[in-house]
Write a protein that binds this ligand. Structure first.
Ligand code: PEP
Ligand code: MG
Length: 326
């Protein structure tokens, strides 16, 4: 798996038996878009819109946001771009909107902030809608959803923003974007039937989902060794989510660091996640791995992993399977 990966730039992640696993990119800076085009990404699965907010001294205006988002859409014409609405709080602090809390990861984060400040949310959604004029490739995802009420409130505000831009420029044709949630709070796992009635897709945010399932802050060196994407409970949660989401009606994606992990990807392929989103630099090696396995092989590995009770043993099974192809 360590050979020259450049040849994969123009190839797709297609298994030995012909199953295509679209590989998208996680982006935040304009440079990320350029890099990911270089490695042949199938779209932007996660645009972390808070990054341009973090780089400024005040909230960017609607006009400024339109310019930023349009640049992303222009780079990716014809491929889908998923804008995650502002995900601040936790470890992401805006200097001009400080949030001080004893427990920031269990506090005012993501959608909780923007539902309490609908004016921030509405400006952003209007900017996304306006930027997407003339493009038909946009999606919107909602971070830190933990209840159905939050989904309904968010959809209501998105409808309001849609109505406002239509009123402002009735001569233009406006298309409603697909909307989905980032599934990263464990409580949302047990609400999937109600959530999928309301949204078009679910994108698993495995970084936060693992952190909340395991109750481990992986930036805390005292406990970070307890954080593992191979923890059987993480793997079983992903299988449970797959089983709850009807593949015929709702897209199921994964956009955490796991997507770019060569071993974890065998399991995500085996469970038949519909697309993965990762750092641009991981894309060539993940393409190579997908090309070296068949879906049936990945399913068999996943079955075995789901019967395994320790993270270390799961890691070893996946590692051995990767080695066998080298
Ligand atoms: C995640 O939580 O997995 C995720 C993709 O979002 P972020 O890392 O930006 O919190
Ligand atoms: Mg997250």
């Amino acid at each position: 798996i360590s050979q020259d990966l450049e040849q994969y730039t123009n190839q797709k992640a297609i298994t030995k038996d012909g199953v295509h696993l679209p590989l998208m990119v996680n982006a935040g800076l304009i440079a990320d878009f350029e890099k990911s085009l270089d490695v042949g990404a199938d779209g932007v699965g996660l645009y972390r819109t808070e990054i341009p907010f973090l780089m400024r001294e005040q909230f960017p205006s609607e006009e400024e946001q339109i310019r930023i988002y349009r640049a992303a859409l222009q780079a990716y014409q014809g491929k889908s771009v998923t804008f995650r609405t502002l995900d601040i709080g936790g470890d992401k602090q805006l200097s001009y909107f400080p949030i001080e809390e004893a427990n920031p990861f269990l506090g005012w984060r993501g959608i909780r902030v923007t539902l309490d400040h609908p004016e921030i949310f509405l400006v952003q959604v209007r900017a996304i809608l306006k930027a997407s004029q003339g493009f038909d490739n946009i999606r919107i995802s909602l971070p830190m959803i933990s209840s159905v009420e939050e989904v309904d409130e968010s959809l209501c505000l998105i409808d309001q923003a849609f109505y406002e831009v239509q009123q402002e420029q009735p001569q233009l044709t406006w298309r409603k974007p697909e909307v989905g949630i980032i599934l990263e709070v464990p409580s949302a796992m047990y609400q999937i039937p109600a959530i999928v009635k309301r949204v078009n897709f679910i994108s698993v945010g495995s970084n936060d989902l693992s952190q909340y399932l395991l109750a481990v802050d992986r930036n805390n060196t005292r406990v970070s060794s307890l954080y593992s994407n191979y923890h059987p409970s993480v793997i079983r949660a992903l299988a449970f989510i797959r089983q709850q989401v009807d593949a015929n009606t709702t897209g199921l994606y994964l956009c955490g660091e796991m997507a770019g992990d060569p071993m974890a990807v065998l399991v995500l392929l085996g469970m038949q996640y519909d697309a993965l989103s990762m750092n641009a630099r991981s894309i060539p090696k993940i393409k190579k791995i997908v090309q070296n396995f068949s879906l049936d092989e990945a399913k068999a590995i996943t079955e075995q992993v789901l019967q395994t009770d320790k993270a270390k043993d799961i890691h070893d099974i996946l590692f051995q399977n990767l080695l066998s192809k080298d």
